[in-house]
Design a protein around this ligand. Structure first.
Ligand code: HEC
Ligand code: HEC
Ligand code: HEC
Length: 233
């Protein structure tokens, strides 16, 4: 008997929730009403616990973290500001630290730098154009050992082939950065897949992290082939 009463209670609770849901769906609510946070009544909680109601919960509103006001006026266009985050609003630097003011603002330092389709600095072009002169070692005493050897990777299905250029990499990196922990030095000797790259392996150890984003596909998939369709870039 008790069990039946309890079940009836839950069913009623569930019904009222469903009805309330329908009402909300039918009514054209004002924006304010629509955003009012969900109130978890004991009945609703019980119905949820029992698994009777599996309504999609509206996301509980969490107070957004207050945006940090940049301490210096921003003179650059929003696009550039967004592309190269200022130390004053990159979410990494301590905005309460007074020394922040002496840090050079990348917005100004990289104002004229070439950018890729996503508005991110194209470091390959920046180096080619002589806009930057990175040191080969801490003291700037040695030179980079550039290897001129291209490798065309063709296991790309309908995507254009990938052109891996050793010269573009060895302008910045040492052989030991890649060989042989990341890649066996043998053409076609590594089972590289896009899934693995997206998961942060192989090329994805650097690309999408310290090097250009994985979402400018055509910077890697740069060689069209008969099956790959027209260039989209
Ligand atoms: C950092 C370089 C890089 C970028 C950027 C990149 N890819 Fe790839 N992708 C590769 C490499 C390397 C392979 C494997 C080629 C091989 O082994 O012959 C590959 C393979 C693929 C394949 C073949 C199937 C598979 O699963 O391996 C597809 C499809 C693919 N990529 C799609 C994309 C798309 C779409 C994008 C952009 C969203 C993209 N890739 C961006 C490097 C890249
Ligand atoms: C950014 C990573 C990276 C760096 C740095 C790098 N390589 Fe490679 N290397 C590769 C990749 C990727 C392949 C191709 C592997 C594949 O096709 O599976 C390769 C292939 C090779 C091969 C095989 C060529 C063939 O004909 O089979 C040799 C040899 C090689 N690299 C030597 C070097 C030397 C020497 C250096 C330094 C001057 C160097 N690599 C720097 C990534 C790199
Ligand atoms: C150890 C780090 C590292 C790995 C691993 C790596 N790259 Fe790179 N790659 C770089 C850096 C650094 C640059 C030059 C600077 C930049 O663009 O950020 C670069 C540049 C490139 C460029 C030149 C793009 C242009 O506009 O000319 C291509 C293409 C590229 N990588 C493809 C690949 C592919 C494909 C793989 C995997 C087979 C790979 N990279 C693995 C670090 C890496």
């Amino acid at each position: 008997m008790r069990g039946i009463v309890f079940r009836l209670f839950f069913l009623l609770a569930a019904l009222s929730v469903v009805l309330a849901g329908c009402k909300a769906g039918l009514n054209t609510q004002s924006a304010e009403e629509a955003e009012s946070p969900l109130v978890l009544t004991p009945e609703l909680q019980a119905a949820l616990d029992e698994g009777i109601v599996q309504a999609e919960m509206p996301t509980l509103s969490v107070a957004a973290a207050p945006a940090v006001e940049p301490s210096a006026p921003l003179t650059q266009s929003p696009a550039v500001e967004q592309a190269s985050e200022s130390p004053r609003n990159d979410g990494i630097h301590d905005v309460l630290n007074e020394s922040l003011a002496i840090l050079q603002d990348p917005t100004q330092a990289m104002a004229g730098f070439p950018r890729d389709r996503r508005g991110e600095v194209d470091w390959v072009l920046a180096l080619d154009e002589g806009l930057i002169e990175p040191r080969a070692d801490l003291l700037g005493q040695s030179e980079m050992q550039i290897l001129d050897m291209d490798i065309l990777m063709k296991r790309t299905q309908l995507m254009p082939w990938v052109l891996f250029s050793h010269s573009k990499h060895t302008a910045w990196l040492d052989c030991t950065n890649c060989h042989s922990a990341l890649f066996e030095p043998k053409t076609g000797g590594n089972n590289i897949t896009m899934n693995a790259v997206l998961a942060g392996e192989f090329c994805g150890v650097c690309h999408g992290k310290v090097s250009f984003s994985l979402f400018v596909c055509e910077r890697c998939h740069s060689v069209s082939h008969p099956g790959s369709g027209a260039q989209w870039w």
